[in-house]
Ligand binder design. Structure first.
Ligand code: GUN
Ligand code: FE
Length: 429
């Protein structure tokens, strides 16, 4: 019998395209090595004498993708959220991130962070560290030890930053390259990513330099774009030569020259949206953060209609929830406010739509991730939702059960997790 084959049975649910839910009740999923080979209602004869992991009446869904997360802000969840972005960064975020010169502190928090991601069913994460290369390399190591997949960035900041959290241009470039060399070939599922914090904290020389590193090591790029009115006005003042915020990144080689994900994208004009689409930039939609920091409601349906790939992000600690299921419900809720605010022209999201964003939408930034189509890496969550049943009303369809898990379930309902074909247990860090 073929080596490395796994067969798993349950109620299989996923979204091969935006808004299209596929349901295979009581079916088999065949995994060869890291990837899905197929889904079968009846097991083909050649496999019938192989062992099956029978998860019985559970739901089996793709693992959640968090496309925008700040690991060093974990201790700040729920703090300072009566402020808007810029004063929040200055008073809460920068002082907390400055602590990550201390590797013991970093290690202690990052262990907890990785355990929380595992717990809530995040199987892939695009993650910011801090400017500190040692602490950030530790985060990457811990994610790899836990068996999770991700991109982790050493943050770049050489201007408009407080003395406790700033680098010289030269140090920033040297440390970024050291960090890349130390990590780029070290782990299979966790890789470095070029991470300018945002335009206001990165000089033109720095942006040019890290764009060269992105090319040299063939790395993706992550940053923030058009989140807050004060931020956007600041960028305009810093770069009057550019038509808009996106073209600042673009002129320095950080906007689609390599695979790129930008968080927020709330206030882009049509020219910017056209550049985002042309540059194949992914958007990380972070509705909790956008509510908490009173930033606004991102026009996500419009981005999608323009052919832009979108995933969901927790944006901890702008967002206070690690759970991507909660982020899904918040994405629906804010889209309803957007629908009302646009005279019902921008339609609100449905469960199959946000389920796609949380899985295949964000997963596409990682390759063939976030679906159970043949050839996709098998990232999965096994959901035992029996605790959500109402005994007198036992008539939920698989679709209903998925909706109830997303709205009212939590980590207790996640009974098994897989990343790239491997079952991952609670991290022992
Ligand atoms: N823009 C620049 N830095 C940050 C950050 O840490 N969080 C958010 N939400 N926006 C930012
Ligand atoms: Fe962020």
């Amino acid at each position: 019998m073929a080596e490395g084959i796994k067969i798993i049975k349950g109620n299989i649910v996923f979204t091969p395209s935006f808004g299209q839910l596929e349901v295979f009740e009581s079916s088999f999923i065949l995994i060869e090595g890291k990837t899905v080979k197929g889904i079968y209602r009846e097991l083909p004869a050649e496999y019938t004498n192989m062992a099956v992991t029978d998860y019985q009446n559970t739901l089996i869904i793709p693992g959640f993708v968090d496309l925008h997360f700040h690991a060093p802000q974990f201790a700040n969840k729920g703090l300072g959220l009566d402020l808007e972005l810029l004063p929040w960064l200055e008073r809460y975020t920068f002082p907390e991130e400055a602590k990550y010169t201390n590797i013991a502190y970093a290690q202690a928090v990052y262990k907890q962070v990785v355990t929380e991601l595992w717990k809530w069913g995040t199987t892939r994460v695009a993650c910011f560290g801090t400017i500190h290369k040692a602490a950030t390399a530790k985060l990457l190591e811990l994610l790899a030890l836990a068996g999770l997949g991700g991109y982790v960035g050493k943050v770049n900041m050489d201007r408009n930053s407080p003395d406790i959290l700033i680098e010289t241009t030269e140090q920033s470039l040297t440390d970024t390259e050291d960090y890349i060399k130390a990590t780029v070939d070290r782990y299979e599922l966790v890789k470095p990513i070029i991470t300018p914090r945002f335009v206001p904290t990165c000089s033109p020389e720095l942006m040019t330099g890290i764009a060269k590193l992105a090319q040299k090591y063939n790395l993706p790029v992550q940053s923030h774009l058009s989140e807050n009115a004060g931020e956007i006005a600041w960028v305009k003042k810093l770069h009057p030569e550019c038509q808009n915020y996106a073209s600042v990144y673009h002129q320095f080689g950080l906007f689609g020259q390599q695979p790129t994900v930008m968080a927020h994208c709330i206030y882009n004009d049509d020219a910017e949206i056209a550049l985002m689409a042309k540059s194949k930039v992914h958007v990380a939609h972070c509705p909790y953060s956008n509510n908490n920091l009173a930033s606004g409601i991102a026009p996500i349906r419009k981005h999608l209609d323009n052919g832009i790939a979108v995933g969901l992000g927790s944006d901890v600690a702008g967002g206070h929830e690690v759970s991507i299921a909660r982020v899904m419900t918040m994405a629906i809720q804010v889209s309803k406010l957007k629908w009302l605010a646009t005279d019902k022209s921008e339609k609100f999201f449905t469960i199959p739509e946000v389920f796609y964003l949380a899985t295949k939408g964000g997963g596409s930034f990682f390759g063939k991730v976030g679906s159970f189509e043949a050839g996709y890496e098998f990232d999965a969550l096994v959901i035992d939702d029996s605790s959500l049943e109402v005994s007198a009303c036992n008539q939920y369809s698989v679709e209903d059960r998925l909706s109830r898990f997303i709205y009212i379930g939590d980590y207790h309902n996640i009974v098994a997790r897989y990343v790239a074909g491997a079952k991952i247990e609670q991290p022992q860090l």
